[in-house]
Design a protein around this ligand. Structure first.
Ligand SMILES: O=C(COP(=O)(O)O)[C@H](O)[C@H](O)COP(=O)(O)O
Length: 323
């Protein structure tokens, strides 16, 4: 698959889910490098790769795993003195990101399963590899568990989730998104994934997650978020906001019906923000943490603390902007 095809598949959601988007983008970058002719000019190679990275970055705006993964791969490539070194670094960094991403999901699954007591009824939302990993691991350990899975309008990612649960013989109840509050009394805990986590521990995930967390809070049920460390958004340290993707209105209301309703507008935000106070724990490959430790994760695991970001930010300002 070419880089442009990968970008298109991410944009059209054939490739979806924050972790998978990051892994596929990085592998597209690595494969794209192989298609570029060897010229011996390191800066030309780096420019070409920056252009390719830009195409991938423009596909979906919310999952911070995408810019984080690209930055992890490109950071040292930019410093390479020769084309051969740049190519080698790119290959090594890409392979290492993909490997560590998969390892992270396995570690999260093992830790998450420890937080699922035998006999639990779990509610999950959307289709998160990290969240499902915990549920499948609990089942593998022989725990007797049940799952409530939401439909996830308008893309119905819940159908992917119930297929996986069914394939693993986990008793599952499939509910429409608006049934969450009614069903919460049947549930012991909520487990979801994340597209981005901000410095104040707020979690950006599939639209509807914040309602589920609110209902869980009301019903005194725990909310566990599962997220690899590359889902933490370091630029939120500088006050940058996570952009919530809005997709086409036709995903919600067919164009032919919309055309008959001139006074009706459709909003289709596909992610929402759950404040830290509604989250009991974030399980990362680095451990199960309270959301207020988000800054520590950014500093220790992503290597981007305030000072580094501030320097990077000042470095991007021109003289006139600086004055
Ligand atoms: O919100 C979604 C997917 O949204 P979309 O379907 O719009 O991409 C998932 O919960 C997170 O991406 C985490 O997934 P994972 O744990 O697999 O990274």
């Amino acid at each position: 698959m070419t880089l442009l095809q990968t970008a298109e598949q991410i944009q059209t959601m054939q490739i979806r889910g924050a972790g998978k988007i990051a892994r596929e983008a990085v592998s597209a970058l690595r494969d794209h490098a192989e298609t570029l002719p060897h010229t011996g000019d390191a800066s030309l190679f780096i420019r070409e790769m920056e252009h390719a990275a830009g195409i991938l970055l423009a596909t979906r705006p919310t999952a911070v795993s995408l810019p984080n993964a690209i930055q992890m791969v490109m950071r040292d490539v930019r410093l390479a003195r020769t084309e051969d070194a740049a190519r080698r670094i790119l290959r090594e960094k890409a392979d290492s990101f993909i490997w560590s991403s998969r390892t992270a999901i396995d570690r999260i699954a093992a830790m998450g399963a420890n937080h699922i007591p035998d006999g639990s009824v779990i509610m999950t939302h959307c289709n998160s590899k990290a969240a499902l990993g915990c549920i499948l691991e609990a089942k593998r350990q022989g725990k007797d568990i049940e799952v409530y899975a939401t439909e996830v309008r308008p893309w119905n990612q819940g159908r992917l989730t119930i297929k996986t649960l069914n394939d693993n013989e986990i008793p599952t109840t499939y509910i429409v998104d608006s049934a969450v509050r009614s069903m919460m009394k049947e549930v012991d805990l909520v487990i979801v994934g994340a597209d981005a986590i901000t410095v104040n521990g707020a979690v950006v995930n599939k639209i509807g997650t914040s309602q589920i967390a609110l209902c869980a809070n009301e019903a005194r049920k725990n909310v566990i978020v599962t997220a690899e460390t590359y889902k933490f958004a370091p630029r939120t340290i500088l006050g940058e906001l996570i952009r919530i993707e809005e997709r086409a209105q036709s995903e919600v209301l067919p164009d032919e019906i919309a055309a008959t309703l001139p006074f009706v507008r459709v909003k289709n935000p596909v992610f929402d923000v759950t404040p830290a106070e509604y989250i009991d724990m974030i399980i990362t490959e680095a451990g199960a943490l309270p959301p207020h430790l988000a800054y520590t994760i950014m500093r220790e695991y992503l290597g981007w603390g305030f000072d580094e970001l501030q320097n990077q930010f000042l470095g991007t300002l021109t003289g006139s902007e600086f004055r």
